[in-house]
Design a protein around this ligand. Structure first.
Ligand SMILES: [Zn+2]
Length: 169
């Protein structure tokens, strides 16, 4: 005679079986859901209605527990928007350098003696865009020497000081 198991034993065995047949369980659940679309929708709807408050509470609590995570998330989001504000492709940059004859307009040295870097005419932190119209080629030295000044160097040699870098009074 087979041994009679009590309910706990039985449930445990069931769980064990499910754990070792995860794929099978998944498959049969999927099949059931396809066959019983209506039923499943009703069950899902009922569940979320019943647990609406619970879920609200849960998310509220989660937010409080994860303030730093939330803050980081919105920072990341802002950075993504920021990046999307303007972008240029490598071809644009090469064309721009050609317009300047591969020469730094501030010191007159040319590539490959120097390496031209992308200078944002209006800095990104000041709301400048990453569009090619806001970019001019400067060598590393001139770029860093410029500091917070806003100067435009045209390919025809015209220099325009827009902001001398000093704080406004
Ligand atoms: Zn230079």
């Amino acid at each position: 005679m087979t041994q009679i198991r009590n309910k706990t034993d039985y449930n445990l065995t069931k769980k064990e079986w499910r754990d070792s047949n995860k794929e099978k369980v998944k498959e049969s659940r999927k099949k059931w859901a396809v066959k019983n679309k209506e039923k499943r929708n009703i069950i899902t709807k009922r569940w979320s209605e019943k647990n609406r408050e619970k879920r609200k509470e849960y998310f509220k609590k989660w937010r409080l527990d994860n303030l730093e995570k939330c803050r980081q998330y919105s920072r990341n989001r802002r950075a993504r928007i920021y990046e999307a504000f303007g972008s240029h492709i490598i071809g644009d940059w090469e064309t721009l350098k050609a317009q300047y004859n591969w020469t730094c307009p501030a010191c007159g040295k040319s590539e490959p003696e120097i390496q031209l870097t992308e200078d944002h005419i209006i800095p990104l932190v000041k709301g400048g865009s990453n569009n090619i119209e806001n970019i001019q080629p400067l060598c590393k030295n001139c770029n860093s020497r410029k500091y917070t000044k806003i100067i435009t160097y045209s390919p025809n040699g015209e220099i325009n000081l827009i902001y001398n870098g000093e704080k406004e009074k």
